[in-house]
Design a protein around this ligand. Structure first.
Ligand SMILES: *Cc1c(COP(=O)(O)O)cnc(C)c1O
Length: 577
């Protein structure tokens, strides 16, 4: 019997794959995520449970969440802690491990949440918590705010996630056959494994032989998510020594994590047998960033059942029974009569428009072509690209489109905050011509309303910054057509005029690739051209072709870009090799 909880017995009797992620978005009332990375982690675990994969997951409790966003009438964002009560969702286990931080022993306790699937599969998720009476007031805050605080705070969080995470799994009686690091935040787990696998030899001529790198490598899997150099967490060795101490000798650590400073991505690369990017293009970009490493591509997917709205669920149940656990059945989407698909879409659109009108003064209507844009508000996502030439937009689209926005800017991302203000200014400027709404406090619930209730899902990232992107996959699950820059997953999902529309240059063209202004110009131009010549006329005059494209979004995009397919690939390519 498991000493901590009889319920755990079921999980500790067989070896597991341990999935580590700084953020996990499983449900709207567990606010321990900030965006795509966390929601992907949640979808990973849900598909893992549906497919009855032997997994366990580790993350941080983030007791104050990411943050709750307020926006005033001028578009200025303020942040408040998200208050939630873990005990209403999960169980605090009477297990405890310690990690050394700044020379202190910091206690860490786990909360257990079990993701249960209707198929009978289930996966335990451990939310690590340092808010324990015996810890100092500062240490009690380590697991409070997701991506909050400074560099030192982040380092402490990553120590808890990686090192305390592995210790916790041992303490709870788990046998782990693979460790999967979802992004570099979890890389410190490799150091704890090196310590555990240390060879008991003395007086070796080369002390590096004590460290069994190959054995650690053999059981580690790493998924990188960051296509730009600046996005990788790096810490100076001075800071590492001060906060973490010399867990393993500095010269060994430098060989694994980089000579100048500790690069969490490099550490994971050097200690993982299988490494992947989250789309084919992202794999190529990552290989250029880290020459000499073997990097595969497993393109992301989304959890079909989670990301399909009620009206479409009913339709799929009727025509494609079993779809939720076998998304391949979307290949038979053409069984669904056009009028029924359209009616289900209109039902979802009404839910969204009613919600927008209850939250804002936008006064939107059900008939107008509705374009959605929602994701983290940050510069590379270019939420303002569609406003590059406001007069032109007005000429093309006045009275013909309405726009729904949502998204939070990181508290320290001034440019992201400025973008939210800019959209508010333009909203006033276009009043009476193009209705624009900005929904505050974007979360998973609003995401589902948005990706299912708009007609077009717009995505305009600056290449190659969008490693994959997943919201467009959610849109496809609801028959919502993507209109997007060719970056990340869309390079693989896009068939022009069939599954959706591209914006700007093709991925193989390099004419303007290095000039950001030229790229903005080219992309905006293409966006306007297609909106004017193809999208608005088709929506208003050729409903039949429009619905065919909706079907293709489902039959070609949702069919492939789901997390069931993704997890089957992780199993065959990463977990059991
Ligand atoms: C899916 C999702 C995202 C990711 O959106 P991208 O457009 O892929 O960046 C971000 N936030 C929430 C709440 C989501 O559900």
């Amino acid at each position: 019997m498991n000493q901590f909880l009889p319920e755990l017995q079921e999980f500790t009797k067989d070896p597991k794959i341990a999935y580590f992620s700084m953020e996990i978005g499983i449900a709207n009332n567990i606010p321990t995520y900030s965006g795509g990375l966390g929601v992907l982690a949640g979808d990973t675990i849900k598909s893992g449970a549906d497919l009855k994969l032997p997994m366990a997951a580790v993350t941080l409790l983030s007791k104050k969440g990411y943050f709750t966003q307020e926006i005033d009438e001028r578009g200025r964002q303020t942040e408040m802690p998200t208050l939630w009560e873990p005990s209403k969702q999960m169980t605090l286990l009477p297990a405890k491990v310690y990690v050394q931080i700044e020379g202190r022993d910091v206690a860490v306790q786990p909360w257990l949440y079990i993701v249960k699937s209707l198929t009978g599969g289930s996966i335990p998720v451990f939310f690590l918590d340092t808010d324990i009476a015996e810890n100092s007031p500062d240490d009690r805050e380590i697991t409070s705010s997701l991506y909050g605080g400074d560099h030192v705070y982040r380092l402490k969080q990553e120590i808890v996630l990686g090192i305390a995470g592995v210790r916790m799994l041992y303490e709870l009686g788990f046998e782990i056959k693979k460790y999967h690091m979802n992004e570099g935040h979890a890389s410190f787990l490799t150091l704890e494994l090196l310590l555990r696998y240390k060879r008991p030899i003395e007086d070796v001529w080369d002390e590096r032989l004590v460290w069994d790198v190959d054995r650690v490598k053999n059981i580690c899997v790493f998924t990188t998510h960051t296509p730009v150099e600046a996005g990788h967490d790096k810490f100076s060795y001075d800071l590492i020594l001060r906060v973490m101490g010399e867990l393993i000798p500095l010269n060994v650590l430098k060989e694994l994590g980089g000579q100048d400073n500790l690069n969490m991505t490099l550490l994971a690369l050097n200690l993982s047998e299988f490494v992947n990017g989250v789309a084919k293009k992202h794999r190529d970009v990552s290989k250029n960033m880290f020459p000499g490493y073997e990097i595969s591509a497993i393109t992301n997917g989304v959890h079909s059942y989670t990301w399909t709205c009620d009206s479409l669920k009913r339709l799929y149940d009727k025509y494609l029974p079993g779809w939720a656990n076998e998304p391949e059945l979307f290949v038979r989407v053409d069984r669904i009569p056009e009028e029924e698909l359209w009616a289900a879409h209109i039902e979802a659109k009404k839910v969204l428009i009613d919600f927008v009108n209850s939250e804002t003064k936008a006064g939107m209507d059900y008939d107008t072509l509705t374009i959605g844009f929602a994701r983290r508000a940050t510069a590379y996502k270019r939420p303002d690209l569609i406003f590059s030439d406001i007069d032109r937009l007005e000429r093309i689209a006045s009275g013909k489109i309405q726009l729904v926005y949502s998204g939070k800017a990181h508290p320290k991302d001034d440019h992201g905050k400025w973008l939210i203000e800019k959209i508010h200014v333009i909203k006033e400027r276009l009043k009476g011509k193009i209705k624009i709404a900005y929904l505050k406090n974007y979360d998973m619930e609003k995401a589902l309303k948005l990706v299912s209730g708009v007609d077009i899902w717009l995505n305009t990232p600056l290449r190659p910054h969008e490693a994959s992107g997943t919201s467009g996959m959610k849109a496809a699950h609801n028959g919502v057509i993507n209109f997007s820059v060719l970056d990340g997953w869309w390079i693989e999902g896009h068939i022009e005029g069939f599954t959706g529309w591209a914006i700007g240059q093709s991925p193989t063209e390099t004419t303007v690739a290095n000039d950001v202004d030229a790229m903005d110009q080219r992309d905006a131009d293409d966006l306007y051209n297609k909106l004017e010549a193809i999208i608005i006329p088709m929506y208003r005059g050729d409903r039949h072709t429009w619905i065919r494209m909706m079907q293709n979004a489902i039959g070609k995009n949702a069919y492939y870009f789901n997390s069931h397919r993704m997890m089957r690939r992780y199993v065959t390519e990463a977990y059991i090799r």
